[in-house]
Design a protein around this ligand. Sequence first.
Ligand SMILES: CC(C)(COP(=O)(O)OP(=O)(O)OC[C@H]1O[C@@H](n2cnc3c(N)ncnc32)[C@H](O)[C@@H]1OP(=O)(O)O)[C@@H](O)C(=O)NCCC(=O)NCCS
Length: 204
Amino acid sequence: MIGTSRRVRVAYAYRRIRQLGVVNLLRGLYVRHQFSSAGILSVRAGWPLPKVDNMGGSVAIGNCSLFPGVRIECWKGASVNIGNGTYINRNTEIVAAQSVFIGRDCKIARDVLIMDTDQHPVGSAPMVHGPVKIGDRVWVGSRVIVLKGVSIGHDSIIGAGAIVTKSIPPHSVVVGQAARVVRTLCPEGGPSTPNDELHGTLRA
Ligand SMILES: CC(C)(COP(=O)(O)OP(=O)(O)OC[C@H]1O[C@@H](n2cnc3c(N)ncnc32)[C@H](O)[C@@H]1OP(=O)(O)O)[C@@H](O)C(=O)NCCC(=O)NCCS
């Protein structure tokens, strides 16, 4: 006689198989070994298969759907956590130098870039990292870029093409990006000019 919790697990697995398709789940089984821990993964048809470049961190994923071309890069000592029910669409890339956390039931659209590091220093300053946290049920639109140190509150929507540089409260809809001068780098690698000083120069 099988216990209730086992019956629940079997029923859940059966439902997932019907919803997601056997072939997608087999692909999920094939890519599963790349993660430090993984739930039931489904991988949609197409190439290249999702790839994890783990350089000595921890990459944990729940029961999730991944599309072709997804790439997760995790640096030494860093962590990536992706919650149950989240799907990550084509060619999305996640880079963690410290910590990237994505909650449950999130929709991450295609060509999204989520990085908790600039990957290069700015001028003479040391390279900056800052943990990224995306709350539950957040929908991140296509070609969004989420940068270092950002938290996105649960149940928010990030409009296509937005660049998120500041934390967003829960239940927000955010859009937009616009190029503007924020600092001028000293050619000799000295301190950079802050934007307000620069704006004063431009006005003079
Ligand atoms: C350009 C960049 C390196 C600047 O980093 P930084 O000097 O630490 O900048 P800050 O985070 O202090 O931001 C300065 C201001 O610019 C804004 N900002 C920063 N990056 C921005 C971007 N990509 N788009 C629009 N605004 C941006 C910030 O909101 C902030 O605005 P404020 O002055 O109104 O507060 C960084 O923001 C960036 O774009 N990193 C991604 C680098 C990348 O693509 N690496 C991939 C591997 S090569």
